[in-house]
Design a protein around this ligand. Structure first.
Ligand code: ADP
Ligand code: G6P
Length: 471
């Protein structure tokens, strides 16, 4: 087995086994923010990515992706149901997102979580070079740092949580809370999106494990574990370059024509997830149409919502409700050739998505809770023309950085309507001033700056850091 100096361990590989319309297997970029963040970062580095390729059954052998070695971890049908859909996405995901849906606790799911974490730890142990660096990602794999340390004490181990880390009142619900905290503490560095999450973690470690803990470090078994906030980001330069390509600008112009040259285009791009606030947003939009503050002829809403975790009941219910709502709003307010909402459930390629960003006068990103939300940052980076207003939930991690957005509490329907109207009616000067400041923020705090700040703490020698993200 060939070994690498840097190993990334994430539930998903950057490519996903999807089925093409003709039934053939097709490899596509995986959904979600984790892959969007890490994929551009690792390109052309001597790294191995340990992860699951989608689907169940034996692990397929995958070629390198942009020079990064793929090491596939298989999931059986039981693992998929009990680890991925169960403990990861029906226990931890809702609990970590303010319990906006009820988390479920089942002992069988916990057994599967342990089993799958063990498998990922063994795979990482196999492919990491002596004294190498292993960077474990996200809530599916919180036990991996502890398990891996037992297998390979020579390694430097990092853990990064892409989603929020909840306050003690919520986390304390977890029947196996002590094991989860101990698993994370196997790492040398534990990174969160926001300082509040690091604070929640320190409080829990002190309370549940009775260890000395501050928001910056925890001492466990004579080891010091560093804790901190490292807000994740995007490859802003790459997004700006794509947005500036003439064919993308042309495509944006054609999209506007195809939409009937409306005065204003509002865009939302989400995974179909109950944390994203899609229903609240559509409700606000419906009320604005009903009151006449927004008119179908002048304003167009494009809602992109790619189905996600489709066998989990709460996701099925959400999709049905959203589609019912879209149908109802179009039925009530649409006109021939002029729907009130243009609704898509398809994945788009990067150029098409970027053209959509360029055509949107208002980007509405209003999750009920979100670790970061990279769509907000992608929109900002794509506005090389310094135009476009961002309507952003104060419960998205991105709100801490994008202060010039129109910030909203998505639970407050009146506030949501008011800020959406403010964004639609803003003067071009105001829009430009805000966008310029946000673009500068995303440009300076891009994915390379994120990796550099994390690896400065994790890779104490700095050799790998300098190779991965030159200063
Ligand atoms: P999450 O990680 O919860 O899905 P983020 O906003 O952080 O939310 O990341 C979503 C990522 O998925 C972004 O990089 C976005 O561009 C991408 N994405 C979302 N919808 C689509 C789509 N329809 N087609 C292609 N990419 C999409
Ligand atoms: C979020 C999570 C990622 C996950 C992604 C897509 O971004 O933080 O870990 O990969 O959603 O979800 P999925 O269940 O399709 O992997």
């Amino acid at each position: 087995m060939r070994q690498s100096p840097l190993v990334v361990v994430a539930n998903r590989l950057p490519i996903d086994d999807s089925v093409a319309p003709d039934g053939a297997c097709e490899w596509r970029r995986s959904p979600g923010g984790l892959v969007s963040a890490l994929h551009p970062l690792l390109r052309h580095t001597p790294a191995t990515w340990v992860g699951w390729a989608g689907g169940t059954g034996p692990a397929p052998h995958l070629p390198d992706v942009d020079g990064v070695r793929m090491h596939t971890v298989p999931l059986s049908a039981d693992d998929f149901r009990d680890h991925y859909e169960g403990f990861a996405n029906a226990t931890l995901w809702p609990l970590y997102h303010d319990a906006v849906e009820q988390p479920e606790y089942h002992r069988r799911w916990w057994d599967a979580y342990q089993r799958v974490n063990q498998r990922f730890a063994e795979a990482a142990a196999e492919v990491a070079e002596p004294d190498g660096l292993v960077w474990v990602q996200d809530y599916h794999l919180q036990l991996v740092p502890g398990l891996l340390r037992r297998l390979r004490p020579d390694l430097r181990i990092g853990f990064f949580l892409h989603v929020p880390f909840p306050p003690p009142e919520l986390f304390m619900q977890l029947p196996r809370r002590a094991e989860l905290l101990r698993g994370m503490l196997g790492a040398d560095v534990i990174g969160f999106q926001r300082a509040q999450a690091a604070h929640n973690f320190a409080q829990l470690v002190a309370k549940v494990l009775e260890l000395p803990a501050t928001d910056r470090q925890v001492t466990v078994d004579d080891r010091v574990v560093r804790v901190g906030a490292f807000p994740v980001s995007i490859d802003a330069a790459e997004m700006a370059a794509l947005a500036a390509r003439p064919e993308v600008a042309d495509r944006a112009r054609r999209l506007r024509q195809d939409l009937g040259e409306p005065e204003k285009v509002i865009l939302s791009v989400d995974r179909m997830d109950y944390t994203k606030g899609i229903e609240q947003r559509l409700k606000a939009y419906r009320e604005l149409l009903a009151s006449g503050d927004v008119k179908v002829r002048d304003t167009v809403l494009i809602q992109v919502a790619v189905p996600s975790r489709q066998r989990v009941a709460q996701y099925q219910i959400l999709r049905d409700r959203v589609e019912h709502q879209v149908g109802r709003i179009n039925g009530e307010f649409g006109r021939v050739g002029e729907p009130a909402i243009h609704y898509f459930t398809q994945p788009f390629d990067r150029a098409e998505l970027t053209a959509l960003y360029r055509v949107a006068d208002v980007m509405a990103v209003t999750p009920l809770r979100d670790g970061m939300n990279l769509v907000a940052k992608e929109y900002v980076a794509a506005r090389v023309d310094d135009a476009g207003a961002l309507l952003l939930s104060e419960f998205a991690g991105a709100a801490a950085e994008l202060e010039q957005a129109y910030l909203v509490n998505p639970h407050d329907l009146e506030g949501l309507k008011r800020e959406l109207l403010a964004a639609l009616r803003a003067t071009p000067e105001d829009v430009t001033t805000r966008m310029r400041a946000m673009r500068e923020q995303v440009r300076r705090h891009d994915i390379h700056a994120w990796a550099r700040s994390y690896l400065t703490v994790l890779d104490t020698g700095g050799a790998l850091r300098d190779r991965l993200v030159p200063a």
